[in-house]
Design a protein around this ligand. Structure first.
Ligand SMILES: N[C@@H](CC(=O)c1ccccc1NC=O)C(=O)O
Length: 308
């Protein structure tokens, strides 16, 4: 089969040497599970998310469908710990689904174990494609973070977590210009779970039918290309890049290369306090499904980071 492109240095951009079919497969997470077949893996993920959300809404104090902007899709859900407190850490979650599926209403996976330890959890909705463009989604996520800071100015830290496409949106917040939002959020940590940080290969997959990314869109929205020029907001802010053992080689490469660029001393002084973790025995979906469990490795890493 024809390679997508023959330009680029060999070894540096392995995806450019792949056939269209191979690239499609590398960027189809449900093909890589070891326990369930594709449709079953997606159905299980959705069922666990729906059940966790039902439970969170039934058992936790919450504010649901709170508008963070004027748009119909600009809503977020806040779940609170049982004990009222003035100052809480806030954990914001951005769901995945390749910027074209998923919703906040089936993504409250981590609410139970985090609120039980005194963390407020915010599940953020954004306008997925084709309604929303990538630039609009990045702007919405930026405004959702600014909104939480404005509503809870005495928060004990804002932690951003995203999965897959949501990890991309969270990573874009490393580049945000907060001055035009009238507030600097108290960002203390990023948890980037099985993310995509260089969007160019996505252009050559079926995902781009809905996304319609041009090369300029992809480059402008690729934290992999832009983060070296960004200023760390707070030198103590941690960035954890995590990928599942059974994520595809391309997902492993995306996470590893993003961690590498974060750990490289950059032009604007300093570097991010980044770490990299490959989580044992989980695929692209189990890595998030397991956040419903308090004794899960990633849940423990998140709690340790928040309460260190
Ligand atoms: N169509 C994709 C679905 C997918 O990628 C996905 C689904 C739910 C949550 C995250 C996902 N991936 C990245 O955003 C697949 O079959 O794997």
């Amino acid at each position: 089969a024809m390679a997508i492109s023959d330009v680029g240095l060999p070894g540096e951009v392995p995806w450019k040497k792949m056939s269209a079919e191979e690239l499609e497969n590398q960027y189809c997470p449900s093909q890589w599970g070891v326990r369930l077949r594709a449709e079953e893996a997606l159905r299980t993920y959705s069922q666990i998310g729906i059940e966790a959300t039902r439970r969170a809404r039934a058992t936790r104090k919450s504010l649901l469908h709170v508008p963070y902007g004027d748009g119909e899709g600009e809503k977020l859900d806040i779940y609170f710990p049982d004990e009222a407190a003035e100052a809480l850490p806030f954990f914001l979650f951005f769901h995945g689904g390749y910027w074209q599926s998923g919703s906040k209403d089936e993504s409250a996976f981590m609410v139970d174990p985090l609120t039980a330890q005194g963390v407020a959890v915010v599940i953020v909705a954004y306008d997925i494609a084709p309604k929303g463009t990538l630039d609009q989604m990045v702007d919405q996520v930026t405004r959702s973070v600014a909104f939480v800071q404005k509503q809870y100015p005495s928060n004990e830290g804002i932690y951003l977590c995203g999965h897959s496409a949501g990890a991309h949106l969270a990573a874009m917040m490393l580049l945000a210009n907060w001055t035009k939002h009238g507030v600097t959020p108290n960002l203390k940590g990023f948890f980037l779970v099985s993310g995509v940080f260089d969007l160019e290969p996505i252009m050559y997959t079926s995902q781009n039918v809905a996304l319609q990314l041009t090369l300029e869109d992809a480059q402008r929205n690729s934290p992999q290309l832009k983060v070296a020029q960004a200023q760390p907001v707070d030198p103590t802010c941690r960035v954890l890049v995590v990928v599942g053992q059974f994520d595809s080689p391309e997902f492993h490469r995306q996470s590893w290369e993003f961690y590498q660029v974060l750990s490289t001393r950059n032009l604007c002084q300093g570097e991010w306090k980044a770490s990299f973790e490959q989580l044992h025995d989980v695929d692209h979906f189990e890595i998030v499904e397991n956040l419903t469990q308090k004794d899960n490795m990633l849940t423990q890493i998140i709690l340790k980071t928040i309460f260190q």
